[in-house]
Write a protein that binds this ligand. Structure first.
Ligand SMILES: Nc1ncnc2c1ncn2[C@@H]1O[C@H](COP(=O)(O)OP(=O)(O)OP(=O)(O)O)[C@@H](O)[C@H]1O
Length: 273
């Protein structure tokens, strides 16, 4: 379980990115983080893995306060948090298997990681994970030979190889087409439920968040302005989160996108007729 208590961050520039954010994410819950650009979503995720040092507040991962950890403790504790990135962050010239195994680097001694010699149990486990994400037959391929969706599956398997207690997921589908995005979100949510793994997902796509998240937290100007189940995310709630102007722009954007897709479909249908 993750508990965030009155977390604040003001950058050296004077920008206040988070103001007294308090949240509890229980085991197995997959929570979507939404909000306009600059609302503080990335800062929140970065505070949790301590890429950013909070100005005030506490972040407890099963009773361990992440904010007060010193450097060497931090290195050890970071392996408890799995990260999944928008651009996958794979090592392109390594194989799928090697990428998944790199999730174990926080556990193996330096000489082993240097020689890339992993214990047999790690290798066996990596195969199980590759099977779970549907990539068994791609284990020996180089990462750069995979599609976007397949790469994100490797990213998921690598994060799970860490045996994390929490997943932080940063716009996992931003580089994927709509169908692949849904497949990836389905896989992620199923895995979190299976393992009782809590996850925080920074997600721009509101309909996708509504479809897959169990809970949605809306940030605006560094404060939590919505916290509830997806079906409570009404137009009023979205206006509170995004503001009238941005929310209307998003809606118009959706309409334009739908119109463009319908137009492309019609033209394709005319061609094959
Ligand atoms: N390294 C930094 N130094 C100074 N200010 C920063 C830094 N990173 C973020 N900020 C500021 O903090 C605020 C929150 O930014 P953050 O990137 O967390 O928002 P976000 O919700 O993730 O936005 P986006 O959806 O555009 O990624 C913004 O005002 C931003 O300008």
């Amino acid at each position: 379980m993750l508990t965030i208590e009155r977390l604040s961050k003001t950058y050296k520039t004077g920008d206040t990115a988070l103001s007294e954010v308090s949240l509890t994410v229980p085991k197995g819950q997959i929570m979507g983080l939404i909000g306009p650009s600059g609302a503080g979503k990335s800062t929140l995720i970065r505070c949790i893995n301590r890429l950013v040092q909070p100005t005030a507040g506490r972040i407890l991962l099963s009773d361990m306060d992440i904010v007060s950890l010193g450097k060497s403790d931090l290195r050890r504790q970071r392996r408890r948090i799995g990260m999944i990135f928008q651009e996958y962050a794979l090592v392109e010239r390594l194989t799928v298997m090697e990428n998944v195994l790199s999730g174990r680097l926080g556990y193996v001694p330096f000489w082993r990681s240097f020689l890339r010699k992993y214990p047999a149990s790690d290798i066996q486990r990596a195969y199980q994970l590759l099977d779970r994400v549907g990539l068994m037959e791609h284990a020996d391929k180089r990462a750069d030979a995979l599609s976007g969706g397949q790469r994100q599956r490797v990213g998921i398997a690598r994060a799970l190889a860490q045996d994390p207690e929490l997943l932080l997921v940063d716009e996992p589908t931003a580089s994927l087409d709509p169908k692949t995005s849904r497949q990836i979100m389905r896989l992620l949510t199923e895995i979190c439920v299976e393992r009782g793994l809590p996850a925080i997902v920074n997600i721009h796509d509101v309909p996708l968040a509504q479809q897959f998240m169990q809970r949605i937290v809306g940030l605006r100007a560094g404060r939590v302005v919505f916290d509830g189940s997806p079906d409570l995310l009404t137009e009023d709630a979205l206006t509170t989160i995004y503001g009238e102007e941005d929310w209307n722009a998003m809606r118009n954007g959706d309409t334009e996108q739908a119109e463009a897709e319908a137009d492309a479909r019609d033209r394709l249908a005319a061609l094959v007729r």
